[in-house]
Write a protein of this length. Structure first.
Length: 152
C-alpha cells in the first residue's frame, strides 16, 4: 500500500490559535474540532471535495451534514440560487412559487395533502409537536419514559 500523502496544516494551526480565543475549541461546533493541531478550516469546495486553507484536498463524506447532497458549487444549484436572488431572495410574505413547490411535493408524496414549509429541522419538529398536542388535546408530549411538560 502506498504511503499516505503528507499534509501541512500551518495555516490551519495559525487560524486555530486565533479562533480559540473567541470560539470554544476554535470552532463553532464541537464536531468540527479534530484536535489542537489537526483541526482544519475549509477554504472552498467543489463537487464532493473540499480544500482547506493550506491547500489540502479532502473527499467530503459529510456534505454539509446533508444539505449539500449534490456537492459544493454545483452549477445547477448555483444558477437556481442566483435566479432566486434576482427576485429578491426570502420574503416575510407568501409568493406564488410556494404553491408550485407544494404541488410538486404533493405529486411526489400523495399522502401530503397539505404542505407546511419551515426554516429548519427544529422549527419543523416544533410544528409537528404542536400539531400532535392539538390533535390529541394534550398539554405535553411524552418522549419515551420522560415527559416533556413545558409547552413550546
Amino acid at each position: 500500500m502506498p504511503p499516505l500523502p503528507q499534509r501541512t496544516l500551518t495555516k490551519s494551526n495559525a487560524q486555530f490559535q486565533r479562533a480559540v480565543k473567541r470560539l470554544p475549541l476554535g470552532v463553532s461546533s464541537t464536531f468540527r474540532y479534530w484536535g489542537d493541531t489537526r483541526t482544519v478550516y475549509v477554504s472552498h469546495g467543489k463537487g464532493g471535495r473540499t480544500w482547506d486553507i493550506d491547500g489540502n484536498a479532502y473527499v467530503d463524506y459529510r456534505l454539509g451534514y446533508g444539505p449539500a447532497i449534490l456537492g459544493y458549487a454545483d452549477d445547477r444549484v448555483d444558477a437556481a440560487a442566483r435566479k432566486g436572488m434576482e427576485v429578491g431572495g426570502v420574503f416575510a410574505l407568501s409568493t406564488e412559487r410556494e404553491l408550485v413547490v407544494a404541488d410538486r411535493i404533493a405529486k411526489m408524496v400523495p399522502a401530503a395533502e397539505l404542505v407546511r414549509f419551515s426554516n429548519s429541522g427544529t422549527e419543523a419538529v416544533m410544528a409537528a409537536l404542536r400539531l400532535a398536542r392539538a390533535f390529541y388535546g394534550a398539554r405535553a408530549v411524552s418522549a419515551g419514559r420522560r415527559r416533556l411538560s413545558r409547552p413550546f
